[in-house]
Design a protein around this ligand. Structure first.
Ligand code: SF4
Length: 341
C-alpha cells in the first residue's frame, strides 16, 4: 500500500479503502530518536520560531521520511495546517485537504466523507467495509482503557500509547491487533495499582514530553486513568455507520462537545484532578479558560514546546499539584470523620 501521512486522526477507513496505508505524522515525530532535528528542518525552511512544534515536526517528517502524499486536516484541527499544506505543495508533495464539518452532524459528516472518498477514487461503501475490519482493534484498545480505570492493571503511559496509536494502528492494523490481543491475554506482570492512589485525567492534545510525564506522575503516587483525546482516537462511540462514528468523535468539534464526554468520564473514573496540556503557540491554549470553569475538578495546566523531556519547572509544578490534591483529600477525610463523631 502507498503511504499517506495524516496530520491528525482522520477517517482512515476511506484512505485504506483507496489503497493507502495511513501514517500518523505526529507519532512518527515523537518516536524519532531525535525529533529536534525534524523541527530544525522546518525552521531552516522558514517556519517561524513561534509556530507550534507539531506543525514544524510534521513538515520535517514529510521531507525527511519521504512521505509524498499527505492528508491535511484544514477544519476541525488546526488552522496552521492550511499554511502547512501550501508549503508542502510548494515542495512538490501531494497535499490533500480534508475538513471536518463545523458541528457533529452525521449528514454533514457524510457529505465530507463522500467528498474525501471521491477525491481518493473510492466509495463510502468500500470504506464501510474497512470500518468493519477495524472494529476489533478499536474494541481491544477500549478494553485496555477499561482495565486502566476499572481494574487498575494498566499504567497511564501504556494506556496513552495504545490509544494514541489507534489513529493509524501503528501503520500495521493486523500487527496492532495481534500485539494488543497478546497483551490483554497475557498473565498480569504486576499487582493492580493501589486503590487509594490519586486518579488523574489528562485532557488536551498529547504532550511532547508524554514519554516521561506518565512515569513521573506514577513515581509520585498518582496515575492517569483517563486520556481524553487519545481515547477518542479509538472511537468509543462508533455509531451505526462511518458518518455517525466521525460525528461522535469529539476532538474536531467545540469545547462544549468535548466537555460532554469529559464530564461523563470524570465521575465514572473517580477523578481527583485534571491535567490540561496545551502546546506553546497553539490556539487551543485559549480553551483552557473554558475547561477550568467547566470541569469541576482542580486543574493543572501544563505547556510544552519543543522539549521532549520533562524539565525541572514542569516537574515541580506536577509535584505541587499532586501534593495539593493529596492534602485536600486528607482534609476531606478528616472533616468526614469529625462529622461522624
Ligand atoms: S498543537 Fe495546536 S497549533 Fe499545534 S498542530 Fe495541534 S492544533 Fe495545531
Amino acid at each position: 500500500m502507498k503511504k499517506i501521512g495524516i496530520t491528525t486522526t482522520v477517517p482512515v477507513e476511506v484512505l485504506m479503502a483507496a489503497g493507502y496505508q495511513p501514517v500518523d505524522l505526529n507519532n512518527v515525530l515523537v518516536t524519532d530518536p531525535n525529533p529536534g532535528r525534524l523541527i530544525a528542518i522546518a525552521e531552516r525552511a522558514g517556519f517561524p520560531l513561534n509556530c507550534c512544534s507539531w506543525i514544524k515536526g510534521i513538515y520535517g517528517v514529510c521531507l525527511d521520511y519521504g512521505i509524498e502524499h499527505i492528508l491535511c486536516v484544514t477544519g476541525g484541527d488546526c488552522s496552521n495546517t492550511v499554511m502547512l499544506m501550501e508549503v508542502l505543495r510548494l515542495k512538490g508533495l501531494n497535499a490533500i485537504p480534508f475538513a471536518y464539518p463545523d458541528r457533529p452532524d452525521p449528514s454533514l459528516m457524510r457529505t465530507a466523507l463522500e467528498g474525501l472518498a471521491a477525491a481518493l477514487g473510492t466509495t463510502l461503501e468500500a470504506a464501510e467495509g474497512v470500518r468493519e475490519q477495524l472494529h476489533e482493534g478499536r474494541d481491544l484498545a477500549l478494553k485496555l482503557d477499561e482495565l486502566t480505570w476499572r481494574r487498575n492493571t494498566v499504567s497511564g503511559k501504556e494506556n496513552h500509547l495504545w490509544l494514541v496509536t489507534a489513529s493509524d494502528f501503528n501503520q500495521d492494523y493486523r500487527k496492532y491487533c495481534r500485539e494488543l490481543r497478546d497483551r490483554l491475554e497475557a498473565p498480569p506482570t504486576r499487582p493492580p495499582y493501589p486503590a487509594g492512589e490519586l486518579r488523574l485525567a489528562y485532557i488536551g492534545v498529547p504532550a511532547v514530553y508524554a514519554g516521561e510525564l506518565y512515569d513521573f506522575i506514577e513515581k509520585h503516587g498518582a496515575r492517569v486513568v483517563f486520556n481524553e483525546v487519545q481515547r477518542q482516537f479509538a472511537m468509543p462511540e462508533p455509531g451505526a455507520d462511518l458518518a455517525s462514528q466521525y460525528a461522535n468523535y469529539t476532538y474536531p468539534y467545540s469545547i462544549q462537545d468535548r466537555l460532554k464526554d469529559i464530564k461523563a468520564e470524570l465521575p465514572r473514573r473517580n477523578i481527583d484532578g485534571v491535567i490540561h496540556y496545551v502546546q506553546a503557540f497553539c490556539h487551543r491554549g485559549i480553551g483552557d479558560i473554558v475547561f477550568r470553569e467547566a470541569v469541576g475538578r482542580p486543574v493543572l495546566t501544563l505547556e510544552g514546546n519543543d522539549d521532549f523531556f520533562l524539565n525541572t519547572h514542569v516537574k515541580t509544578r506536577v509535584e505541587a499539584f499532586l501534593d495539593m490534591l493529596e492534602r485536600s483529600r486528607q482534609l476531606l477525610k478528616q472533616k468526614t470523620s469529625l462529622r461522624r463523631l
